[in-house]
Design a protein around this ligand. Sequence first.
Ligand code: AMP
Length: 282
Amino acid sequence: MKICRSIKDCRVAVADLRRQDRSIGFVPTMGALHDGHLSLVRLAQANATSSVVSIFVNPTQFGDAADLDLYPRDEDRDLALLHKAGVDIVFLPDADTIYPPGDETIVETTRLANMLHGKVRPGHFRGVTSVVNRLFNIAQPDVAVFGEKDYQQLMVIRQMVHDLHMPVGIIGGPTRREADGLAMSSRNQRLSPADRLAAVVLNRSLDLAEARACSTGATVDDIRNVIIDTIAAEPRAKLCGLDTVTADGLNSLHGVIIEPLAIMISVQFSDILLIDQRVIQP
Ligand code: AMP
């Protein structure tokens, strides 16, 4: 496994793989790796003949400097996990490498980035597309894998790749969960023990919403009410975002559910914001 910290080293390592006729499957991450990330690595490896993983806590996607400082980091553990997973290249740039002094270019999907979760976290998706664009230009992948858990992010990336004619196939990976159903997230380790137990309410509310959606004549409002009531019944949880939109274009939906519906929720426990999502087929 090659560990590259500079763009030049990463390009040389990628060129070596290309010379061996290997295709590149890429997984961008912010580190503090868990089984969710590793499942994306396996997907990349199944869809390409080599794998590249980046670890970069991207400052431009954090609105809050304290959140950026508190983001968990454990490079040695991450590298050991990626080595065990058979990854070919790990790219570990620092912020000045990705955004050299004087850097001024942003990439933004103007509609998708500024709706739904993008309103809760202004500038977040612009930071994501700006960094993923730079990482794609460095790793030059054939395919890149993103988690469905960050559903709006996956849609934003697909839109960027489509609009900018980028020759990269985007693959969505299913959400990996803890035994009690909580979606794996690097943020989970910052929850207090009581909040960690309470956090199971995200998945529970989505399960109940899905069950409701299966009943005849269920409307989008029925689904929303199930989520609102379930989260409200957990005193430690505060529902910050609830979006019920079309699964492809993220457009608003009303009335009886007749097309695939994406439910995206963000729920706060103390100062930690957790997100989860479910796509429901009518
Ligand atoms: P992050 O390190 O949080 O930026 O996440 C890196 C990638 O892993 C993103 O594409 C996420 O959507 C994905 N991811 C995060 N949590 C999970 C999970 N529980 N299951 C599958 N993919 C995930």
